[in-house]
Design a protein around this ligand. Structure first.
Ligand SMILES: [Zn+2]
Ligand SMILES: [Zn+2]
Length: 248
C-alpha cells in the first residue's frame, strides 16, 4: 500500500488486468458456472443487462445475465455493491471508488468503473470474441485544499511542493490535454526558503503572513527576514520591517 501516483503504464496495465478479469467465458471458475442459481433466492438488480436488456442477477461471485454478460463482484480488491452495479448499469459509470488496489504493485488508486462501449454496442458481435465489460476511468485521489485561489476562488492544492489552483492543470478529467483555466500557482519555495503551510494559508486568505526568517537574496546571497503578502495579480511581495520606526 502506498500513495504514489500511478504512471500511465500502470494505468494501462490495470485496465488490461481488468480486461482479463471481466472478459470472455474462458476463465469462469467451475464453481461459478455450476452454481445452481434456481435453488437460491435470486436477487435481481434494479437495472437491465446492457447486452440483452434482460435481468441481471446477483450470483455467487458475479453479477450476471442469462445472455452471458458478467461482471465479477470483486474487482481489484473492491467489492462492487449492488447499488454501485445498478448505478453503472443505469448511468454508464460509477461514482469515484477510492479503495482499488493494484494486485501487482499494491498501490491504492481511485477510479470510476465505466461500462465499456462494447458491452452495449457489440451485442450482435461474435460471441467468441472476448469483450471487456467494464473499464477503469482514473481520477486523482481527492486532495485537501489549502485555500481558495485568489484569482478564481477554486481550491488550491499542493502538487509536487508547489501550491496550484485546481484549474491550473493541463490534464482534463479524462486525461486529455486541456488549456489551463487559471494560471495561479504559489511556489513552495521563495528565495531559498520553503514556505510553512500556515503562511500559504494566510496568503490565500488575503492576509499578510507573520515575519518569516531565513530568506536568502538570490542576487547578493544575503539572508533576510520578511513577511509576505500577495499582490492583486497573485504574486508574492516581501514586506520588510520598517527599521526607521522605533517601538514606542
Ligand atoms: Zn444479458
Ligand atoms: Zn484559480
Amino acid at each position: 500500500m502506498n500513495d504514489e501516483a500511478l504512471s500511465s503504464e500502470e494505468m494501462d496495465e490495470l485496465n488490461a488486468e481488468l480486461e482479463a478479469e471481466t472478459s470472455g467465458s474462458a476463465n469462469v471458475p467451475d464453481d461459478v458456472a455450476e452454481t445452481p442459481t434456481d435453488e437460491l433466492a435470486v436477487v435481481h438488480l434494479k437495472a437491465p443487462c446492457p447486452k440483452c436488456g434482460g435481468a441481471v442477477v446477483v450470483g455467487d461471485r458475479a453479477y450476471e445475465s442469462e445472455c452471458g454478460w458478467r461482471v465479477w463482484r470483486n474487482i481489484l480488491t473492491h467489492d462492487i455493491s449492488q447499488a454501485e452495479m445498478e448505478e453503472i448499469l443505469r448511468d454508464g459509470e460509477s461514482r469515484v471508488i477510492d479503495d482499488f488496489e493494484s494486485p501487482k504493485s499494491g498501490k491504492e488508486f481511485s477510479a470510476r468503473l465505466k461500462l465499456a462501449a462494447s458491452a452495449a454496442a457489440d451485442a450482435e458481435a461474435d460471441e467468441d470474441t472476448p469483450k471487456r465489460t467494464l473499464e477503469l476511468v482514473f481520477v486523482d485521489r481527492p486532495v485537501q485544499s489549502v485555500g481558495s485561489c485568489p484569482k478564481c476562488t477554486s481550491n488550491v492544492v499542493l502538487r509536487a511542493g508547489n501550491y496550484f489552483c485546481e484549474q491550473n492543470t493541463r490534464k482534463g478529467a479524462d486525461g486529455e490535454a486541456v488549456t489551463p483555466k487559471c494560471d495561479f500557482v504559489l511556489w513552495g519555495e521563495v528565495s531559498g526558503k520553503t514556505l510553512p503551510e500556515g503562511a500559504v494559508k494566510d496568503l490565500l486568505a488575503g492576509k499578510q503572513t507573520k515575519m518569516l526568517k531565513g530568506f536568502k537574496s538570490r542576487s547578493s546571497g544575503k539572508a533576510f527576514d520578511a513577511a509576505l503578502k500577495l499582490t492583486p495579480a497573485g504574486k508574492i511581495d516581501f514586506v520588510f520591517q520598517e527599521k526607521t520606526k522605533k517601538k514606542a
